[in-house]
Design a protein around this ligand. Structure first.
Ligand code: ADP
Length: 489
């Protein structure tokens, strides 16, 4: 269903009215068109005043377009007026210039195909004009500059407003081009569109989804869509609002030995500007707190969450890049003591119930004790984070495997689909959205690096709903990468 406001169509010629109606229905679906064929119709429609946009023929026969423009500007100054004409456009433009119509559309076949976009542009500008006059005016500037896509849609799901980033993510040149289209129409999979709609039905909850959307040029984009219902104008005035972001691309940055330097430089240098963004957002909220409506507050909170998340991710990236460059020297370590420390910490932090971890006897090992502690910390924290309903249970053990010790960490949690078993060790790879289960998707990438520095490898054996067993090997006589042996000097 279209959320286009009712359209007044002023034209004496019934065939032309039908043609224009066809074009509108083709572009916008079900549209309410108030047809005006004579002065009496016009008087009635204008006095009732229930319309949002006027399309008038340049010479409707019973009135002139310039008079229509004057009339609407007087009575409903907010309504956009577009003029349809068979006369040469420059002549009409010159005549109507001082009345500033919101668009001139030639009544030719190619002209009429541009009509829907001219209407989108006029309605978008109107919305922006209203916003600029309202309390959220300063926020508007911020939204336009945000590096994530932000949009507003009608309760029926028609896009009403968007920022330039949103348009760019969907392959449009400007926000004006993507409004007045149903958001569900961009979904590649119709079931995903239904899931999105159903998720919104539940009230003010935010629905976060990984989605594949079709861009304007037909290509597919894997994006993350977070949306919620809000009522900026009070009850009965619901709108859907949301944020559209790029999903982290499947990356090989987590593979040991690739891209370290870049990751280091990028994460280090990006930290400062991101911290600045967080500060500015806080300042803005301080200044504009009272003026923010519901929608402003929600968008502000989103922007801040987004910036904070970037900070956390950069920190994690930096830690990952430092595994090789800033590791400690290897020393004889009692792995049982390391595990006991990690467990005590998790219990103290309330992340794990006491007595949930059973550690079998573990070996002494030459290793970077701090990194091996981090390794167990990440695996154990995940075992509790991704628990199922049952009381969580984790078993840790090790077996002699020739040149290596082979460790395992087995949980009775939600399990992992074997098709994702490799992917989860990649940087920023997660199987859940941030709202479902928080995290950065860096823990296992870090584990993989630590294990690689210790001459081993890590993998997972699991089935959904049946718990997971993470296994990793650590070399008994490691030649640590990133640390030169005596004989190299
Ligand atoms: P994060 O925990 O921050 O999401 P990780 O890199 O530690 O990132 O894990 C990546 C993904 O692997 C997790 O998002 C989760 O989907 C999956 N995963 C990790 N450990 C487990 C586990 N013990 N049980 C089930 N899924 C897990």
């Amino acid at each position: 269903m279209s959320q286009l406001p009712p359209i007044v169509l002023i034209d004496e010629d019934a065939d032309d009215r039908e043609l224009v109606s066809l074009v509108l229905r083709g572009a916008f679906g079900e549209v309410r068109i108030l047809e005006v064929a004579n002065a009496a119709d016009l008087a009635r429609v204008v006095s009732e005043g229930r319309f949002g946009l006027v399309l008038t023929e340049y010479a409707p026969g019973f009135i002139r377009a310039s008079d229509v423009l004057r009339l609407i500007r007087d009575l409903r100054p907010d309504s956009p007026v577009l003029v349809l004409t068979r006369a040469p456009a420059d002549q009409v433009a010159a005549e109507l210039l001082h009345l500033a119509p919101d668009g001139l559309v030639p009544k030719t076949s190619s002209g009429l195909t541009s009509l829907p976009q001219a209407m989108r542009t006029a309605l978008h500008r109107l919305r922006r004009r209203r916003a600029a006059a309202g309390p959220d005016a300063r926020l508007q500037l911020l939204f336009d500059a945000l590096p994530v896509g932000v949009f507003t849609a009608s309760p029926g799901g028609t896009l009403l407003d968007a920022n330039p980033r949103f348009a760019a993510l969907l392959g449009f040149k400007s926000a004006e081009e993507c409004t007045q289209r149903p958001l569900a129409g961009f979904f590649v999979e119709p079931e995903a569109a239904e899931a999105w709609r159903a998720g919104l039905g539940g009230g003010t909850e935010r629905a976060a989804l990984d989605v594949t959307l079709r861009r304007a040029d037909g290509t597919e984009a894997r994006l993350s869509l977070t949306s919620w219902l809000s009522a900026p104008g009070g009850p009965g005035e619901e709108e859907i609002q949301g944020v559209l972001e790029e999903r982290a691309p499947a990356s090989d940055a987590g593979r040991p030995g690739t891209g370290d330097e870049t990751a280091y430089v990028v994460s280090h240098d990006l930290r400062q500007p991101v911290t600045q963004v967080v500060r500015y957002l806080e300042l803005l909220q301080g200044e504009a707190a009272e003026k923010l409506g519901d929608s402003g507050r929600e968008l502000y909170a989103q922007a801040r969450r987004g910036a904070r998340r970037i900070e956390t991710m950069l920190d994690a990236l930096l830690r990952c890049a430092r595994v090789e460059s800033q590791g400690e020297a290897f020393a004889e370590t009692d792995v049982s003591a390391v595990v006991a420390r990690v467990v005590a910490r998790l219990v103290e932090a309330g992340e794990a119930p006491a007595g949930a971890v059973r550690a079998e006897p573990l070996p002494q090992l030459r290793c970077d004790a701090g990194q091996v502690e981090q390794l167990f910390q990440n695996l154990l924290a995940n075992a509790f984070k991704f628990r199922r309903g049952d009381p969580p249970r984790v078993v840790i053990g090790a077996e002699d495997d020739g040149d290596h010790w082979r460790f395992f960490c087995r949980d009775n949690g939600i399990g992992i689909d074997p098709k994702d078993a490799e992917r989860i060790f990649g940087m920023f790879q997660r199987l859940h959205t941030e709202t479902e289960i928080p995290g950065t998707g860096i823990g296992l990438a870090l584990c993989r690096r630590i294990v690689a520095r210790h001459g081993g490898r890590i993998w997972v054996e699991s089935q959904p709903g049946e718990g997971s067993t993470f296994r990793f090997t650590l070399a008994k006589h490691p030649r640590p990468q990133g640390e030169r042996g005596l004989e190299d000097r």
